[in-house]
Design a protein around this ligand. Sequence first.
Ligand SMILES: Nc1nc2c(ncn2[C@@H]2O[C@H](COP(=O)(O)OP(=O)(O)OP(=O)(O)O)[C@@H](O)[C@H]2O)c(=O)[nH]1
Ligand SMILES: [Zn+2]
Length: 350
Amino acid sequence: MTSENSTLADFGWNNFFASQVELGETGVPVRVMAVHRDRLHVAGPAIDTLIQPFVETPDDEEAFATVGDWLLLDAQTARPRRLLRRRSLFKRRAAGTGRKLQLIAANVDTLFIVSSCNQDFNPARLERFLALAKEAEVTPVVVLTKADMADNAGDFVRDAGKLLPGLLVEAVDARDAESVACLTPWCARGQTVALLGSSGVGKSTLVNTLTGERLETQGIREDDAKGRHTTTGRALHRLPAGGWLMDTPGMRELQLTDVGSGLDEVFADVVSLARNCRFSDCQHETEPGCAIQAAIGSGEIEAARIKRWRKLAAEEAFNSESLAERHARARAFGKMARSAMAEKRARRGE
Ligand SMILES: Nc1nc2c(ncn2[C@@H]2O[C@H](COP(=O)(O)OP(=O)(O)OP(=O)(O)O)[C@@H](O)[C@H]2O)c(=O)[nH]1
Ligand SMILES: [Zn+2]
């Protein structure tokens, strides 16, 4: 989109970014539309081009420009000068691979967490996605599809709403533009949205209805180092309501890793209860003075919610552990098992 009439605000620019530009600082703000292997696709009101990748400080894993980022370009050379501070960031560490950080998407405003008004609806899964949104500092909105096929869509909306105080929930028929119109406030001018949800819930259907087109056809061609052509799509898609839809493979594959503080936010009620347990290492099972067991007993909190919290917290701890840490733990376990075997043999007089 390089129409002369577009403004920075059309690309998502606002006071948060404007306030980072020093008085008298020259530089052309551009937004990163896509990251290719050795090029960044950037765009702004009067520019739409490929530039060299940008790294501010190579040893800072978060200093690489990613999709959605704002860069200031040198007006003469069009080289990136500075990466502006992000409003939100989705990132992940590929589990067990030396903990290398991958930046997935920056400056997303709203995350549509998609589930359906049917057996796909699963509080534990929604809580997992909510933790991801909180960790990235993005506002979550739960979108429940297939409302047209359920006669109790209201029950699903109510149950989803209970997962987090103030959580916004919308039930839609993802195929119907009129029904999906309730999502327009988050798709308006300057807004950037992303979608997450399990397979078959209607993400593609929703994307097609929101954009009014089929996205697969928007690929662009890029020369790679060997002179061959690879087809790579842009990750930010313009929405008719004026906003942007962030659609990258990385976004679609996001898993629960490094969301420790996000989980604490989603389960703030549980975390604050646990502070009142008598023992700081309370496992909330049979210990005396366990505030969580007391709250379950008094009906203040659902036992099922505690069960989901423990499971997610354990999973997060496992996923966030590096390969080296995992090996160290396995070695320690092996050592313990071997010495136990040796002891056993000694007792038997072998
Ligand atoms: N009746 C009805 N059908 C829907 C709705 N949303 C999606 N569907 C149908 O559900 C099926 C799956 O939808 P998709 O959009 O492919 O789901 P997805 O989440 O993109 O799935 P993956 O590509 O596997 O991640 C399709 O046949 C859709 O037409 C809805 O709100 N109402
Ligand atoms: Zn306890």
